[in-house]
Ligand binder design. Sequence first.
Ligand code: UD1
Length: 417
Amino acid sequence: MSRYVICGGNKLCGSAEVHGAKNSALPLMAAAVLTGGENVLFNCPDLSDTDASMRILRYLGCEARRESDAVIINSSHMFRGDIPDDLMREMRSSIVFLGAILSRTGRAVMTFPGGCELGPRPIDLHIKALKALGAEIVERHGIIECTAGKGLKGAKIALSFPSVGATENIILAAVKAEGTTTITNAAREPEIVDLCDFLNSAGACIYGAGEGVIVIDGVKTLSGVQHTIIPDRIVAATLMSAAAATGSDIEIDGIIQAHLSSIIPVFEESGCFVKCDCGTMHIKAPERLRAMPIIRTMPYPGFPTDAQAPVMAAATVAEGASVFVENIFENRFKHVTELIRLGADIKVENKVAVVNGVKSLYAANVQAQDLRGAAGLIVAALAAEGKTEISGIEYLERGYENFELLLSSLGADVLKV
Ligand code: UD1
């Protein structure tokens, strides 16, 4: 168990580079099993979640190794289609292997993904869609057994909600299915586009990624490819929040401006100067932020639920009241009680949090309870007076690579112990 010790109050300065997107890397690593060859994923972040994916791949019989920022996966000798419970529990998103393994071997066996840190995270949409593609699915004693004895067949699938994971699982299962699959109300996140770009370069025929309707013409074979993972828009949003909370002036390198189109206006309206040019963002915050416009988390291109906690942390020191409505996950305000320990004034009722900005936060010992909540506590601690200790840093390390080093390079006083 590691902790961060942060002496808050430093202004941040200089520039920092955003690493590759965790939420792209995980489905891409699952997609690698479909190509049956050697795949190179450049800009692949070194995180506990990507490490867990590498261990799943090795268990399945693939070769998976890291060479600096690249992960190399050779799936030509993959020989099994089950994932043991301990690996499934380690990372909720291991469910994205379901569609890929089913497509590759005709049979996938795994347990339900572990615990529930953000409230219920059902997989009913994944299961229903795979059944529509011809899979037979038995759920017993916490184990999901999926078989496609006669192969998978293209189908028309209308999602009742644009679930990111379900859209990915359908794409992975359908890419080598017989015939055409149409997904209506598909998730439109940039990570879906990244997955389809990877698969299309491997020989797939996927149209409409990034739009609400995705059409997949099944192909017989795919081959290994080299692919560069898109930058992590949530890490970028976290750095923006850190700059905003501390009245700082920094540059964030390696961003894609379009992926931040719902986030940038929030900071601009609260008084930050934001300019993006050739993949670099310059953000200059005022001494004190103004209240934020109402933030409603939504599927992309709406405001991302993953940025809610870090942006809320910045709102705690703004002048006036900011309102956050969490529409995606039921239990995504766990950071609020810890932000209150740091002196924030926040009231939560069901899915709404009202943040009354305070002049300053103060240090306290706080406990991170989920990945993005941990990022929020770090943003608040950077703005707080005194020495804050944040435990539960293992959550952070699921999605942020060497974050203490990155923040230190910007002038923050952060120590990992
Ligand atoms: C992905 C992201 C996560 C992000 C989330 C929403 C990855 C690895 N994780 O998670 O960081 O917060 O998108 O942008 O990419 N739902 C159902 N039934 C299902 C599937 C989902 O009811 O079968 C519900 C969920 O409970 C939740 C909502 O749909 O309320 C969104 O979930 P989903 O888009 O599937 O999120 P994940 O893919 O799990």
